[in-house]
Design a protein around this ligand. Structure first.
Ligand code: ZN
Length: 1003
């Protein structure tokens, strides 16, 4: 969803998700303008300039002389330019103050006094990213764009939003919380709590992994600001006042308490000049008030217990417990130590060669690591957590004994050289791998460090840290063991946290909410009641009022450039289709393959995702699974397997089913990569039944994690599954139906029987099946890689025909309610339309944008208090409406149903030429988004969208008229026509849906 709330969750920052290559330049870039430390530029004192060879970029640090604002610029030959304004925000209660402020500043500012300019700009820009986030001690406002005019437009909006927001009382009521009459026209109707953040946080804490993560964090750091919930605890949010927001803004959103990060190849001078000019009326203040001190270290470990909601979609209740050990680690500013701990975490936790995987995961006493497991370096004192999900309470003591014994074992035995090498190899490979999100990754990695005045330039020197670690190990072979001793064995700042489900959890929360509400209502005077009634009316009328948005900048049609096309070469190797994309890959060879899976029967198809999950985890004839894992990690970026299910772009009643696989490697290792695939796909050994049982348990446990987090996607998928056979198959492979299927399967079949079925799938898939391959590589790697591909394909002895098309029929309209014990709903409605190449498809795509921006968001989010809503058109031609963290269901479904009437009533009114153009821009944000070397040509490879088909599609989007919109609305959205419709609600039990004869799924 648009605005995300960052929980201090599992994040292997700096070294995993971030610091990846984006650009193509191999040689050292030249800085456009030379900046010299000690000199002043446009009101900024240049403090440092350094070239970072690992990433081929310049890092520069400036200080704004007038206000003391810290400015970090990374110059790199990358057109996806980024700008972010960050503040250090340290709340001292759990009312969600910084989070509600983050929402409210985006509701209109001095120069742009329109409601929600942020949301409106989403449709007036070609931004590749626009968002705002609240972390535990920082709030950031980032955007990125490849279009310079757009970038300058957004810069103005963002600067004005954060430094001069209107922060109106009504914005606070809308975004934060409010009391409101249930019936807006009846002063005597009962009162309810409403508000975007209020509902957002109720939804956030519906996810048990979030509850666990939040408590662990607050309890491990019980001093100063980290003891509070920066996003807001629903029971505390209603004590926040509008004035608190205004005061907090005044104090924390001062330039002296701000840090700006910019990245890319646009002229830095323009940024500096603009920021300097904008901040000319500010002076410097002492911003040490927002400093976060180190947590006082404990002398004894602690234990705590919490409860959570019983997840009826999860494991049996007696197994639905979690336990974790959390440690407080180093100061975030100690950069080398952070690096060492990252490496140590990988060695201790990840994969079958790590100590904890062997001792805690392999005995199969749980559903695997919980989602908090990992090293978190996003806060002043970093923390490391190792936890298990789906553990029987009676096994808690056993888990803790194993835990301690594992640490002793690691200290005694140390780490294998080849294991360490594979971890370091992966870091180096990540450094070379190019993504289009390099700038964004950098921002998220550097923000927490910069927030505590850490040395961000040092943090970017990855090879230096790798070399330091190697040196230290050379001089002291027990170096890492001593670190384990220091950070685990002798670390007294340790928390053991356990969590158990409570079937009354929801009821208790509802009771707290009811009491909270009663308390508020009790204290209302007659004047207050009148005010609640008047405010409710006023807010509703302001939300519905039409306003002049032309005050906001907007791109023009001439500002849009046609994206570059990827040059693809199609050939055959061993009579198998091969797609080749020659591009600058920075010395990496990317390989993908799709193996036809239409030979599988219905039940085998439902098991294909499990097969994909475990196929690379068993080892082969030559290598047991531990050696195989070491080999894979030391030569490749890991092997990826997944399900490929794609409807034909010409006829969406045909679909392809396949097993997709791929990897990438440094070019010198590409031969090994193909040999590894050959070895695995010809001699995989599914023999170890215990290992199989453990992998299946973990697989099942992970299926139910995240449903409450991404409920809208599950609801869309679930509704789609009622419309066509191919979507039904997809639902039974990745949706809620898949979870239900797997649970039943494990209850009715023995592990031996299921493993036998996996073996059958393996022999069916890996013998004489058609396959197609794609290689993305640099010019001079072509011959070698083609040769390796040929040897690989030869060894597989595949069938020499193209992939089969499967038939998919339309189903009949149905509605399905999946009952889940959560306090919010996720609603979806899906309608069958046309395939990608049909003339109506691009128009429907534009229509989806119009509906989202002008109808669904204003009604379902702003007026009715859901966190999000929208509509989208899938590649498969299914048009879906959805809502996210929604207090309503029936009301939302009728809003969906009313879309056609709304369009007819608003043609040439709200739906004018400008609205149409904005919707097209919205579609172009997706169509023209930058593509990484790895992903170039993948739409052609996977979905057969050639450049010609794509260009035709894009042109039709650009030429869409209001008449076209009217035409497709009538044809597909009108409730009178015969299109197949599927509806789905995920949420609490609901009498009204029972009355309307919905299929009820209650696990
Ligand atoms: Zn939020």
């Amino acid at each position: 969803m648009l605005r995300r709330f960052i929980f201090p969750n599992k994040k292997f920052l700096i070294y995993r998700s971030g610091l990846k290559y984006t650009t193509l330049a191999q040689q050292k870039i030249n800085s456009q303008e030379t900046f010299t430390p000690g000199k002043e530029y446009h009101g900024f004192l240049c403090k440092r300039v350094e070239y970072i060879p690992d990433f081929n970029m310049y890092a520069m640090i400036f200080e704004h002389e007038k206000t003391g604002l810290q400015y970090v610029h990374i110059e790199r030959n990358d057109s996806n330019n980024l700008f972010s304004i960050n503040f250090r925000t340290t709340p001292f209660d759990s009312t969600g103050l910084p989070h509600i402020l983050e929402h409210s500043v985006l509701c209109g500012s001095k120069r742009f006094p329109v409601r929600d300019p942020f949301f409106k700009m989403l449709n007036r820009s070609l931004a590749t990213f626009m968002n705002a986030m609240t972390g535990p001690d920082y709030t950031l406002y980032p955007f990125s764009s490849t279009n310079e005019k757009d970038y300058r437009n957004l810069q103005q909006i963002y600067m004005d939003a954060v430094f001069n927001p209107n922060l109106k009382y009504l914005d606070f009521l809308q975004e934060g919380w409010r009391l409101e009459n249930k019936n807006l026209d009846d002063k005597n109707s009962e009162f309810i709590f409403k508000g975007v953040v209020y509902n957002e946080m109720k939804g956030a804490f519906a996810e048990n992994s979030q509850v666990f993560g939040q408590h662990l964090f607050n309890k491990l750091l019980p001093e100063h600001t980290y003891q509070f919930v920066s996003g807001g605890d629903p029971k505390d949010i209603p004590s926040l006042k509008h004035q608190d927001l205004v005061d907090f803004h005044k104090k924390y959103y001062h330039p002296s308490n701000s840090r700006i990060i910019s990245y890319g190849n646009f002229e830095l001078k323009k940024n500096l000049t603009y920021v300097n000019e904008y901040l000319k009326d500010y002076d410097k203040i002492d911003s040490t008030y927002s400093k976060v001190p180190n947590q006082t270290r404990w002398s004894e470990p602690k234990k705590a217990k919490i409860t959570c909601r019983y997840d009826n979609m999860g494991a049996p209740i007696q197994k639905q417990n979690q336990i974790a050990v959390g440690y407080l680690m180093n100061d975030i500013c100690d950069i080398y130590e952070t690096f060492v701990l990252h490496v140590l975490t990988e060695l201790m936790i990840k994969g079958p060669n790590s100590y904890f995987y062997k001792s805690l995961i392999e005995p199969n006493i749980s559903g695997g690591y919980n989602s908090m497991t990992g090293y978190d370096n996003t806060i002043k004192d970093t923390m490391l957590t190792i936890g298990l999900q789906d553990v029987d309470k009676n096994d808690f003591d056993k888990v803790l004994q194993i835990f301690d014994a594992t640490i002793d074992e690691a200290i005694e035995k140390g780490f294998e050289r080849k294991h360490l090498n594979s971890v370091l190899h992966n870091l180096e490979l990540q450094m070379r791998h190019q993504t289009t999100k390099f700038g964004l990754g950098l921002l998220f990695n550097l923000t927490p460090l910069l927030n505590h005045n850490g040395d961000v330039i040092e943090a970017m020197k990855l090879s230096k840290q790798i070399n330091m670690l190697k040196e230290n190990i050379k001089h002291n072979p027990k170096y890492l063991q001593e670190k384990v001793q220091q950070y685990f064995k002798h670390n007294r700042h340790k928390l053991i946290l356990s969590m158990e489900p409570d079937e009354e959890f929801e009821a208790k929360f509802a009771e707290i909410e009811r009491k909270n509400l009663a308390e508020k209502v009790k204290n209302l005077t007659e004047i207050d009641r009148q005010k609640v009634f008047d405010d409710g009316k006023l807010l509703a009328s302001v939300q519905k009022a039409k306003e002049d948005v032309n005050i906001l900048p907007c791109l023009k049609i001439d500002d849009i450039k046609t994206p570059e096309k990827s040059e693809l070469v199609f050939s055959e190797i061993e009579k198998m289709p091969l797609q080749l994309c020659k591009t600058d890959t920075n010395g990496i060879v990317y390989f993908s393959g799709i193996l036809d899976a239409s030979c599988l029967n219905d039940n085998q198809r439902k098991l294909l995702p499990l097969f994909a999950e475990i196929v690379a985890q068993f080892g082969t004839k030559k290598h047991n699974f531990r050696d195989f894992d070491n080999l894979v990690a030391s030569k490749t970026a890991g092997l990826g397997f997944g399900v490929h299910l794609a409807e034909s772009i010409e006829n969406n009643q045909l679909y392809e089913l396949g097993l997709q696989f791929g990897s990438y490697a440094l070019k010198e290792n590409s031969k090994d990569m193909f040999e590894i695939f050959t070895d695995l796909l010809t001699t995989v050994e599914f023999n170890d039944i215990q290992r199989f049982e453990m992998l299946v348990e973990n697989y099942l446990s992970n299926l139910s994690v995240g449903i409450a987090q991404s409920g809208h996607l599950y609801a869309i998928q679930n509704a789609s599954g009622l419309v066509t056979e191919s979507a039904q198959l997809r639902e039974s492979m990745i949706g809620i139906e898949h979870l239900n299927y797997m649970k039943k399967l494990l209850q009715t079949k023995s592990s031996e029987e299921i493993l036998q079925e996996i073996k059958t799938i393996s022999s069916k898939l890996l013998q004489k099946r058609p396959v197609r391959c794609a290689l993305n590589l640099s010019e001079n790697d072509e011959e070698n890689s083609k040769k390796h591909t040929e040897i690989f394909l030869n060894a597989l002895k595949l069938d020499k025909t193209d992939i089969h098309w499967n038939k998919s029929s339309l189903l009949s309209s149905k509605s399905r309610h999946n009952i889940m014990h959560i306090p919010v709903n996720y609603c979806a409605k899906t309608i069958n339309t046309v395939p990608y190449t049909h003339d109506d498809f691009p128009i429907l795509r534009v229509l989806a944008r119009i509906l989202s921006a002008k109808y669904l968001l204003p009604v379902i989010r702003e007026q009715n208090g859901a966190y999000g809503a929208g509509s989208k058109l899938g590649f498969d031609g299914l048009f879906s409406f959805f809502s996210y963290r929604d207090p309503n269901s029936i009301k939302t479904l009728s809003t969906f149903d009313n879309s056609f009437n709304w369009i007819m009533a608003n043609v040439n009114k709200i739906i004018d030429e400008q609205t149409l153009f904005e919707a097209k821009l919205g579609v172009l944000q997706q169509l023209d988004a930058p593509v990484s070397a790895k992903d170039k040509g993948m739409e052609t490879f996977k979905f057969r969208v050639t450049h010609e088909i794509f260009s035709k599609h894009r042109t039709r989007v650009l030429n869409a008229s209001i008449d076209n919109i009217k035409y497709v609305s009538e044809k597909y959205l009108s409730n009178d026509n015969k299109n197949v419709v599927g509806k789905s609600v995920i949420g609490p039990a609901n009498e009204e849906l029972v009355k309307e004869n919905w299929i009820i799924n209650q696990e």
